[in-house]
Design a protein around this ligand. Structure first.
Ligand code: PHE
Length: 496
Protein backbone atom coordinates (compact mmCIF):
# COMPACT_ATOMS: atom_id res chain seq x y z
CA UNK A 1 0.00 0.00 0.00
CA UNK A 2 2.84 2.39 0.82
CA UNK A 3 4.57 1.59 -2.46
CA UNK A 4 1.41 2.14 -4.42
CA UNK A 5 0.87 5.50 -2.70
CA UNK A 6 4.37 6.73 -3.49
CA UNK A 7 4.40 5.65 -7.16
CA UNK A 8 0.84 6.89 -7.85
CA UNK A 9 1.56 10.24 -6.23
CA UNK A 10 4.64 10.78 -8.39
CA UNK A 11 2.57 10.10 -11.50
CA UNK A 12 0.89 13.51 -11.17
CA UNK A 13 3.32 15.36 -8.93
CA UNK A 14 6.88 16.48 -9.34
CA UNK A 15 8.05 15.40 -5.99
CA UNK A 16 7.29 14.34 -2.46
CA UNK A 17 9.13 17.09 -0.65
CA UNK A 18 8.99 15.51 2.79
CA UNK A 19 8.32 11.83 3.41
CA UNK A 20 7.19 12.67 6.95
CA UNK A 21 4.39 14.97 5.80
CA UNK A 22 3.52 12.53 3.04
CA UNK A 23 3.18 9.70 5.56
CA UNK A 24 1.01 11.82 7.85
CA UNK A 25 -1.24 12.99 5.02
CA UNK A 26 -1.77 9.46 3.73
CA UNK A 27 -2.13 7.92 7.15
CA UNK A 28 0.77 5.52 6.57
CA UNK A 29 3.46 4.74 9.08
CA UNK A 30 6.59 6.72 8.23
CA UNK A 31 8.87 3.70 8.69
CA UNK A 32 6.93 1.88 6.01
CA UNK A 33 7.33 4.78 3.60
CA UNK A 34 11.06 4.88 4.35
CA UNK A 35 11.46 1.18 3.56
CA UNK A 36 9.53 1.47 0.33
CA UNK A 37 11.50 4.54 -0.76
CA UNK A 38 14.81 2.78 -0.06
CA UNK A 39 13.78 -0.21 -2.12
CA UNK A 40 12.37 1.88 -5.00
CA UNK A 41 15.53 3.97 -4.94
CA UNK A 42 17.64 0.81 -5.19
CA UNK A 43 15.87 -0.15 -8.41
CA UNK A 44 16.01 3.46 -9.67
CA UNK A 45 12.23 3.82 -9.77
CA UNK A 46 12.73 6.97 -7.70
CA UNK A 47 15.51 9.31 -6.69
CA UNK A 48 15.52 9.91 -2.97
CA UNK A 49 17.39 12.57 -1.06
CA UNK A 50 18.00 12.48 2.69
CA UNK A 51 16.43 15.07 4.90
CA UNK A 52 17.42 15.40 8.50
CA UNK A 53 15.48 17.43 10.98
CA UNK A 54 16.16 18.01 14.59
CA UNK A 55 13.15 18.26 16.82
CA UNK A 56 12.62 18.66 20.52
CA UNK A 57 10.83 15.82 22.28
CA UNK A 58 9.83 15.42 25.92
CA UNK A 59 11.92 13.25 28.23
CA UNK A 60 10.08 10.91 30.61
CA UNK A 61 10.24 13.55 33.30
CA UNK A 62 8.96 16.17 30.85
CA UNK A 63 6.05 13.91 29.91
CA UNK A 64 5.13 13.52 33.56
CA UNK A 65 5.00 17.28 34.15
CA UNK A 66 3.09 17.82 30.92
CA UNK A 67 0.42 15.57 32.38
CA UNK A 68 0.53 16.43 36.09
CA UNK A 69 1.79 20.01 36.10
CA UNK A 70 5.24 21.31 36.99
CA UNK A 71 6.57 20.55 40.49
CA UNK A 72 6.65 24.24 41.40
CA UNK A 73 2.95 24.69 40.58
CA UNK A 74 2.06 21.45 42.33
CA UNK A 75 3.89 22.74 45.38
CA UNK A 76 2.35 26.19 45.20
CA UNK A 77 -1.15 24.74 45.04
CA UNK A 78 -0.42 22.53 48.05
CA UNK A 79 0.33 25.56 50.21
CA UNK A 80 -3.00 26.75 51.66
CA UNK A 81 -3.90 30.31 50.49
CA UNK A 82 -5.00 31.41 53.96
CA UNK A 83 -1.92 30.56 55.96
CA UNK A 84 1.31 28.66 56.43
CA UNK A 85 2.03 24.98 56.46
CA UNK A 86 5.00 23.24 58.05
CA UNK A 87 7.65 21.88 55.75
CA UNK A 88 7.31 18.37 57.20
CA UNK A 89 3.60 18.27 56.64
CA UNK A 90 3.91 19.55 53.09
CA UNK A 91 6.66 17.05 52.31
CA UNK A 92 4.33 14.14 53.11
CA UNK A 93 2.18 15.03 50.11
CA UNK A 94 4.95 14.60 47.53
CA UNK A 95 7.47 12.16 46.31
CA UNK A 96 10.92 13.39 47.43
CA UNK A 97 12.25 14.38 43.98
CA UNK A 98 9.18 16.42 43.06
CA UNK A 99 9.20 18.10 46.48
CA UNK A 100 12.82 19.12 46.19
CA UNK A 101 12.47 20.55 42.68
CA UNK A 102 9.15 22.18 43.56
CA UNK A 103 10.68 24.00 46.57
CA UNK A 104 13.68 25.27 44.71
CA UNK A 105 11.72 26.49 41.64
CA UNK A 106 8.87 28.01 43.66
CA UNK A 107 11.46 29.75 45.82
CA UNK A 108 13.33 31.06 42.80
CA UNK A 109 10.08 32.36 41.28
CA UNK A 110 9.30 34.08 44.59
CA UNK A 111 5.95 32.29 44.75
CA UNK A 112 6.30 31.03 48.29
CA UNK A 113 8.04 32.15 51.44
CA UNK A 114 10.51 29.47 52.47
CA UNK A 115 11.29 28.67 56.05
CA UNK A 116 10.01 26.31 58.72
CA UNK A 117 6.54 27.49 57.76
CA UNK A 118 5.75 27.92 54.08
CA UNK A 119 3.26 30.48 52.87
CA UNK A 120 2.16 31.93 49.56
CA UNK A 121 3.72 35.23 48.42
CA UNK A 122 1.47 35.68 45.37
CA UNK A 123 -2.16 34.97 44.85
CA UNK A 124 -2.10 33.27 41.53
CA UNK A 125 0.48 31.49 39.35
CA UNK A 126 0.52 30.20 35.80
CA UNK A 127 2.04 26.87 34.82
CA UNK A 128 4.17 28.10 31.94
CA UNK A 129 6.41 25.03 32.08
CA UNK A 130 3.48 22.68 31.61
CA UNK A 131 2.07 24.81 28.77
CA UNK A 132 5.39 24.86 26.94
CA UNK A 133 5.83 21.12 27.36
CA UNK A 134 2.36 20.52 25.94
CA UNK A 135 3.14 22.75 22.95
CA UNK A 136 6.30 20.80 22.24
CA UNK A 137 4.48 17.53 22.66
CA UNK A 138 1.90 18.64 20.09
CA UNK A 139 4.58 19.60 17.59
CA UNK A 140 3.92 23.34 17.87
CA UNK A 141 6.90 25.62 17.72
CA UNK A 142 8.15 27.45 20.79
CA UNK A 143 10.38 30.49 21.23
CA UNK A 144 14.10 29.90 21.37
CA UNK A 145 14.38 31.55 24.79
CA UNK A 146 11.83 29.14 26.19
CA UNK A 147 13.84 26.12 25.08
CA UNK A 148 16.92 26.69 27.21
CA UNK A 149 15.42 26.45 30.71
CA UNK A 150 13.52 23.27 29.71
CA UNK A 151 16.69 21.80 28.25
CA UNK A 152 18.67 22.74 31.38
CA UNK A 153 16.06 20.93 33.51
CA UNK A 154 16.34 17.89 31.19
CA UNK A 155 12.62 18.02 30.43
CA UNK A 156 13.23 17.98 26.68
CA UNK A 157 15.86 16.45 24.42
CA UNK A 158 16.87 16.86 20.82
CA UNK A 159 15.89 14.05 18.48
CA UNK A 160 17.08 13.67 14.93
CA UNK A 161 14.39 12.77 12.51
CA UNK A 162 15.39 11.24 9.16
CA UNK A 163 13.27 11.20 6.08
CA UNK A 164 13.47 11.71 2.33
CA UNK A 165 12.45 13.97 -0.47
CA UNK A 166 11.49 11.82 -3.45
CA UNK A 167 11.38 12.35 -7.23
CA UNK A 168 10.85 10.09 -10.23
CA UNK A 169 13.89 8.02 -11.14
CA UNK A 170 15.12 6.82 -14.57
CA UNK A 171 13.19 3.54 -14.23
CA UNK A 172 10.03 5.19 -12.95
CA UNK A 173 6.76 3.37 -13.65
CA UNK A 174 3.43 3.80 -11.91
CA UNK A 175 3.67 0.17 -10.86
CA UNK A 176 6.69 -1.95 -10.08
CA UNK A 177 7.21 -4.84 -12.45
CA UNK A 178 7.56 -8.05 -10.52
CA UNK A 179 10.66 -9.82 -11.73
CA UNK A 180 10.10 -13.53 -12.29
CA UNK A 181 12.16 -15.87 -10.18
CA UNK A 182 11.26 -19.11 -11.90
CA UNK A 183 10.59 -20.25 -15.43
CA UNK A 184 7.56 -22.51 -15.17
CA UNK A 185 6.01 -25.08 -17.46
CA UNK A 186 3.01 -22.71 -17.80
CA UNK A 187 5.30 -19.87 -18.93
CA UNK A 188 6.57 -22.13 -21.70
CA UNK A 189 3.13 -23.34 -22.72
CA UNK A 190 1.60 -19.87 -22.77
CA UNK A 191 4.68 -18.40 -24.41
CA UNK A 192 4.69 -15.46 -21.98
CA UNK A 193 8.29 -16.22 -21.08
CA UNK A 194 9.23 -13.86 -23.92
CA UNK A 195 7.89 -10.89 -21.97
CA UNK A 196 9.06 -11.93 -18.57
CA UNK A 197 11.78 -10.04 -16.82
CA UNK A 198 13.85 -12.36 -14.69
CA UNK A 199 15.27 -11.55 -11.37
CA UNK A 200 19.04 -11.56 -11.40
CA UNK A 201 20.94 -14.12 -9.41
CA UNK A 202 22.23 -12.83 -6.12
CA UNK A 203 25.54 -14.55 -5.82
CA UNK A 204 26.38 -12.89 -2.54
CA UNK A 205 23.21 -13.99 -0.74
CA UNK A 206 23.92 -16.06 2.32
CA UNK A 207 22.45 -19.53 2.26
CA UNK A 208 20.56 -20.98 5.21
CA UNK A 209 22.87 -22.56 7.79
CA UNK A 210 23.50 -26.17 6.94
CA UNK A 211 21.43 -28.57 9.03
CA UNK A 212 23.97 -31.18 9.89
CA UNK A 213 25.80 -32.74 12.77
CA UNK A 214 28.58 -30.85 14.47
CA UNK A 215 31.74 -32.16 16.01
CA UNK A 216 32.43 -31.35 19.62
CA UNK A 217 35.67 -29.37 20.14
CA UNK A 218 37.05 -32.28 22.15
CA UNK A 219 36.49 -34.56 19.17
CA UNK A 220 38.18 -32.16 16.80
CA UNK A 221 41.24 -31.78 19.00
CA UNK A 222 41.26 -35.54 19.60
CA UNK A 223 41.31 -36.22 15.87
CA UNK A 224 44.24 -33.86 15.37
CA UNK A 225 46.14 -35.43 18.24
CA UNK A 226 45.56 -38.85 16.76
CA UNK A 227 47.10 -37.60 13.54
CA UNK A 228 50.12 -36.29 15.40
CA UNK A 229 50.58 -39.69 17.04
CA UNK A 230 50.14 -41.45 13.70
CA UNK A 231 52.72 -39.16 12.10
CA UNK A 232 55.07 -40.17 14.90
CA UNK A 233 54.36 -43.83 14.04
CA UNK A 234 52.38 -44.63 17.19
CA UNK A 235 49.65 -47.30 17.14
CA UNK A 236 46.33 -46.72 18.88
CA UNK A 237 45.51 -48.96 21.85
CA UNK A 238 41.96 -50.39 22.20
CA UNK A 239 40.44 -48.33 25.00
CA UNK A 240 36.89 -49.65 24.81
CA UNK A 241 36.58 -50.68 28.45
CA UNK A 242 35.54 -48.08 30.99
CA UNK A 243 35.13 -50.74 33.67
CA UNK A 244 38.44 -52.20 34.73
CA UNK A 245 39.66 -54.34 37.58
CA UNK A 246 41.78 -52.83 40.33
CA UNK A 247 44.43 -55.29 39.22
CA UNK A 248 45.08 -53.71 35.82
CA UNK A 249 44.34 -50.19 36.98
CA UNK A 250 46.58 -50.30 40.10
CA UNK A 251 48.31 -53.58 41.07
CA UNK A 252 49.92 -54.30 37.74
CA UNK A 253 51.27 -50.74 37.94
CA UNK A 254 52.99 -51.48 41.27
CA UNK A 255 50.55 -49.18 43.06
CA UNK A 256 50.35 -50.45 46.69
CA UNK A 257 46.92 -51.51 47.93
CA UNK A 258 46.94 -48.88 50.72
CA UNK A 259 47.62 -46.07 48.25
CA UNK A 260 45.18 -43.16 48.84
CA UNK A 261 44.18 -43.12 45.15
CA UNK A 262 42.58 -46.52 45.75
CA UNK A 263 40.23 -45.04 48.31
CA UNK A 264 36.54 -44.75 47.40
CA UNK A 265 36.94 -40.99 47.87
CA UNK A 266 39.12 -40.92 44.78
CA UNK A 267 37.87 -43.88 42.79
CA UNK A 268 34.42 -45.01 41.66
CA UNK A 269 34.08 -48.69 42.50
CA UNK A 270 31.51 -50.72 40.57
CA UNK A 271 28.83 -52.55 42.52
CA UNK A 272 27.45 -54.85 39.85
CA UNK A 273 29.52 -56.82 38.92
CA UNK A 274 31.72 -55.91 41.84
CA UNK A 275 34.64 -58.18 41.02
CA UNK A 276 36.49 -59.34 37.95
CA UNK A 277 36.05 -62.91 36.72
CA UNK A 278 39.48 -63.74 35.49
CA UNK A 279 43.07 -62.59 35.68
CA UNK A 280 46.21 -64.32 34.33
CA UNK A 281 47.05 -66.39 37.41
CA UNK A 282 50.80 -66.88 37.00
CA UNK A 283 51.22 -63.14 36.36
CA UNK A 284 49.04 -62.32 39.39
CA UNK A 285 51.42 -64.46 41.48
CA UNK A 286 54.45 -62.49 40.25
CA UNK A 287 52.69 -59.15 40.90
CA UNK A 288 51.78 -60.32 44.43
CA UNK A 289 55.37 -61.28 45.01
CA UNK A 290 56.85 -58.02 43.80
CA UNK A 291 54.44 -56.03 45.99
CA UNK A 292 55.16 -58.15 49.06
CA UNK A 293 58.87 -58.81 48.84
CA UNK A 294 60.22 -57.19 45.69
CA UNK A 295 62.73 -58.76 43.34
CA UNK A 296 64.64 -57.42 40.30
CA UNK A 297 66.72 -55.32 42.69
CA UNK A 298 63.71 -54.02 44.65
CA UNK A 299 62.64 -54.63 48.25
CA UNK A 300 58.93 -54.34 47.44
CA UNK A 301 56.44 -52.75 49.80
CA UNK A 302 56.68 -55.38 52.57
CA UNK A 303 52.94 -55.79 53.21
CA UNK A 304 50.46 -58.61 52.74
CA UNK A 305 48.99 -58.30 49.24
CA UNK A 306 45.28 -59.23 49.04
CA UNK A 307 43.71 -60.82 46.01
CA UNK A 308 40.24 -59.48 46.97
CA UNK A 309 41.49 -55.95 46.66
CA UNK A 310 42.87 -56.64 43.17
CA UNK A 311 39.58 -58.23 42.04
CA UNK A 312 37.47 -55.13 42.75
CA UNK A 313 35.95 -53.56 39.65
CA UNK A 314 36.15 -49.81 39.15
CA UNK A 315 35.74 -47.14 36.51
CA UNK A 316 39.29 -46.76 35.26
CA UNK A 317 41.05 -43.79 36.83
CA UNK A 318 43.63 -43.45 34.07
CA UNK A 319 44.27 -44.88 30.62
CA UNK A 320 47.50 -46.32 31.99
CA UNK A 321 45.29 -49.32 32.89
CA UNK A 322 45.11 -50.01 29.15
CA UNK A 323 48.86 -49.50 28.79
CA UNK A 324 49.48 -52.15 31.45
CA UNK A 325 47.26 -54.66 29.61
CA UNK A 326 48.93 -53.90 26.29
CA UNK A 327 52.44 -54.15 27.72
CA UNK A 328 51.56 -57.46 29.40
CA UNK A 329 50.34 -58.80 26.03
CA UNK A 330 53.49 -57.52 24.34
CA UNK A 331 55.66 -59.26 26.93
CA UNK A 332 53.80 -62.57 26.34
CA UNK A 333 54.42 -62.20 22.64
CA UNK A 334 58.11 -61.54 23.35
CA UNK A 335 58.32 -64.67 25.50
CA UNK A 336 56.75 -66.85 22.82
CA UNK A 337 58.54 -65.33 19.83
CA UNK A 338 60.89 -62.38 19.82
CA UNK A 339 60.59 -58.96 21.36
CA UNK A 340 59.25 -56.27 19.02
CA UNK A 341 59.61 -52.58 19.95
CA UNK A 342 56.28 -50.71 20.03
CA UNK A 343 54.93 -47.19 20.17
CA UNK A 344 51.42 -47.00 21.53
CA UNK A 345 48.95 -44.20 22.22
CA UNK A 346 45.41 -43.80 23.48
CA UNK A 347 42.93 -40.97 23.93
CA UNK A 348 39.85 -41.86 25.92
CA UNK A 349 37.71 -41.32 28.97
CA UNK A 350 38.71 -41.79 32.61
CA UNK A 351 36.81 -41.30 35.87
CA UNK A 352 37.71 -39.86 39.25
CA UNK A 353 35.58 -39.38 42.32
CA UNK A 354 36.39 -35.68 42.60
CA UNK A 355 34.58 -32.50 43.58
CA UNK A 356 33.64 -30.76 40.34
CA UNK A 357 34.84 -27.18 39.82
CA UNK A 358 36.08 -24.83 37.06
CA UNK A 359 39.03 -27.08 36.29
CA UNK A 360 37.94 -30.52 37.46
CA UNK A 361 35.36 -32.99 36.26
CA UNK A 362 34.62 -36.46 37.56
CA UNK A 363 34.76 -37.68 33.98
CA UNK A 364 37.39 -36.47 31.54
CA UNK A 365 39.76 -37.63 28.81
CA UNK A 366 43.37 -38.67 28.94
CA UNK A 367 45.95 -38.67 26.22
CA UNK A 368 48.68 -41.22 26.75
CA UNK A 369 51.73 -42.23 24.78
CA UNK A 370 54.40 -44.83 25.40
CA UNK A 371 57.46 -46.28 23.72
CA UNK A 372 58.70 -49.75 24.56
CA UNK A 373 62.19 -50.65 23.37
CA UNK A 374 65.58 -51.88 24.46
CA UNK A 375 67.97 -49.46 26.14
CA UNK A 376 65.68 -46.44 26.43
CA UNK A 377 66.83 -43.63 28.72
CA UNK A 378 65.46 -40.42 30.19
CA UNK A 379 66.91 -38.45 27.27
CA UNK A 380 64.81 -40.54 24.90
CA UNK A 381 61.75 -39.53 26.93
CA UNK A 382 62.70 -35.84 26.83
CA UNK A 383 63.33 -36.12 23.09
CA UNK A 384 59.94 -37.71 22.40
CA UNK A 385 58.16 -35.15 24.60
CA UNK A 386 59.90 -32.28 22.78
CA UNK A 387 58.82 -33.72 19.46
CA UNK A 388 55.23 -34.39 20.56
CA UNK A 389 54.58 -31.07 22.29
CA UNK A 390 56.24 -28.93 19.63
CA UNK A 391 53.82 -30.48 17.12
CA UNK A 392 51.11 -29.15 19.45
CA UNK A 393 52.65 -25.70 19.26
CA UNK A 394 54.30 -25.92 22.67
CA UNK A 395 58.00 -25.77 22.11
CA UNK A 396 59.19 -24.23 25.37
CA UNK A 397 59.19 -27.13 27.84
CA UNK A 398 60.48 -27.59 31.36
CA UNK A 399 60.49 -30.70 33.52
CA UNK A 400 60.17 -31.07 37.26
CA UNK A 401 60.97 -34.25 39.23
CA UNK A 402 57.76 -35.89 40.41
CA UNK A 403 56.48 -39.14 41.88
CA UNK A 404 54.29 -41.89 40.43
CA UNK A 405 54.19 -45.37 41.95
CA UNK A 406 54.83 -46.89 38.52
CA UNK A 407 57.54 -44.61 37.09
CA UNK A 408 61.07 -43.84 38.17
CA UNK A 409 62.27 -41.28 37.38
CA UNK A 410 59.06 -39.28 36.93
CA UNK A 411 58.72 -35.79 35.52
CA UNK A 412 55.94 -33.24 35.47
CA UNK A 413 55.85 -31.38 32.17
CA UNK A 414 55.47 -27.58 32.06
CA UNK A 415 55.02 -25.41 29.00
CA UNK A 416 55.46 -21.66 28.75
CA UNK A 417 52.11 -20.07 27.97
CA UNK A 418 52.69 -16.83 26.05
CA UNK A 419 49.16 -15.58 26.73
CA UNK A 420 49.26 -16.16 30.48
CA UNK A 421 52.93 -15.15 30.62
CA UNK A 422 53.80 -18.09 32.86
CA UNK A 423 54.71 -21.76 32.98
CA UNK A 424 51.67 -24.06 33.14
CA UNK A 425 51.64 -27.75 34.00
CA UNK A 426 50.54 -29.74 30.99
CA UNK A 427 51.34 -33.36 31.77
CA UNK A 428 53.09 -36.10 33.65
CA UNK A 429 55.66 -38.61 32.46
CA UNK A 430 58.28 -41.13 33.44
CA UNK A 431 60.01 -44.45 32.82
CA UNK A 432 58.04 -47.48 33.93
CA UNK A 433 59.67 -49.24 36.89
CA UNK A 434 61.26 -52.69 36.63
CA UNK A 435 58.81 -53.72 39.40
CA UNK A 436 56.08 -53.19 36.79
CA UNK A 437 57.82 -54.46 33.65
CA UNK A 438 59.76 -57.49 34.86
CA UNK A 439 56.78 -59.45 36.35
CA UNK A 440 55.11 -59.02 32.94
CA UNK A 441 58.00 -61.00 31.50
CA UNK A 442 60.06 -58.36 29.69
CA UNK A 443 63.80 -58.97 29.45
CA UNK A 444 65.92 -56.77 31.67
CA UNK A 445 67.12 -54.39 28.97
CA UNK A 446 63.61 -53.47 27.76
CA UNK A 447 62.42 -50.07 29.02
CA UNK A 448 59.23 -48.13 28.59
CA UNK A 449 59.01 -44.34 28.48
CA UNK A 450 55.52 -42.90 28.83
CA UNK A 451 53.55 -39.70 29.35
CA UNK A 452 49.98 -38.64 29.94
CA UNK A 453 47.90 -35.47 29.91
CA UNK A 454 44.26 -34.48 29.80
CA UNK A 455 42.54 -33.74 26.50
CA UNK A 456 40.48 -30.99 28.12
CA UNK A 457 43.50 -28.84 29.03
CA UNK A 458 44.87 -28.17 25.53
CA UNK A 459 41.32 -27.91 24.15
CA UNK A 460 40.42 -25.21 26.67
CA UNK A 461 43.61 -23.33 25.85
CA UNK A 462 42.95 -23.59 22.10
CA UNK A 463 39.31 -22.52 22.32
CA UNK A 464 39.79 -19.93 25.06
CA UNK A 465 37.36 -21.66 27.42
CA UNK A 466 38.12 -21.09 31.10
CA UNK A 467 35.45 -23.24 32.75
CA UNK A 468 35.69 -26.95 32.02
CA UNK A 469 31.93 -27.30 32.57
CA UNK A 470 31.36 -25.12 29.49
CA UNK A 471 33.27 -27.66 27.45
CA UNK A 472 32.08 -31.03 28.66
CA UNK A 473 29.13 -32.37 30.62
CA UNK A 474 25.41 -31.75 30.92
CA UNK A 475 25.71 -27.96 31.15
CA UNK A 476 27.35 -27.50 27.75
CA UNK A 477 25.59 -25.05 25.45
CA UNK A 478 24.77 -26.80 22.16
CA UNK A 479 25.22 -23.46 20.37
CA UNK A 480 28.90 -23.57 21.28
CA UNK A 481 29.22 -27.00 19.73
CA UNK A 482 27.54 -25.79 16.54
CA UNK A 483 29.47 -22.57 16.15
CA UNK A 484 32.95 -23.39 17.38
CA UNK A 485 35.66 -22.88 14.79
CA UNK A 486 38.24 -25.37 13.68
CA UNK A 487 41.32 -24.63 15.79
CA UNK A 488 44.47 -25.83 14.16
CA UNK A 489 46.94 -27.35 16.53
CA UNK A 490 50.52 -26.48 15.82
CA UNK A 491 49.70 -24.10 12.99
CA UNK A 492 48.05 -21.58 15.24
CA UNK A 493 50.11 -21.42 18.41
CA UNK A 494 48.39 -23.78 20.84
CA UNK A 495 49.67 -21.61 23.66
CA UNK A 496 48.00 -18.46 22.45
N1 PHE B 1 48.68 -42.05 34.55
C1 PHE B 1 49.21 -40.76 34.84
C2 PHE B 1 48.08 -39.84 35.35
O1 PHE B 1 46.98 -40.30 35.44
C3 PHE B 1 49.87 -40.14 33.67
C4 PHE B 1 51.13 -40.87 33.30
C5 PHE B 1 51.13 -41.73 32.26
C6 PHE B 1 52.29 -40.68 34.03
C7 PHE B 1 52.29 -42.40 31.90
C8 PHE B 1 53.43 -41.32 33.70
C9 PHE B 1 53.43 -42.18 32.65
O2 PHE B 1 48.28 -38.69 35.65
Amino acid sequence: MAEEAVLRYLQNHNEISDSGHFAAEHGIDHNEIVNVVKSLHGFRYVEAQDIKKETWVLTDEGKRYAAEGSPEVQLFLAVPPEGGISKDELQKKFDPAVFKIGCSQAGKNKWVEMGKQLSRKVQHVEDKVKDLLLQIQNGQGVEKDDINPLKARKLIALQTWKGYSVKKGPNYAPERKKAATDLTRENLQRGDWKDLEFKEYNFSAKGPPAECGHLHPLNKVKERLKNIFRMMKFEEMPTNRFVESSFWNFDALFQPQQHPARDSHDTFFVQVPSTTKQLPEDYVERVKHVHESGGYGSRGYCYEWKRDEANKNLLRTHTTAISSRMLYALAQHAKEQTFTPKRYFSIDRVFRNEAVDRTHLAEFHQIEGLVCDRGLTLSHLIGVLDDFFSRLGMSKLRFKPAYNPYTEPSMEIFSYHEGFGKWVEIGNSGMFRPEMLRPMGFPEDVNVIAWGLSLERPTMILYGIDNIRDLFGHKVDLGLIKKNPLCLIGIQDADG
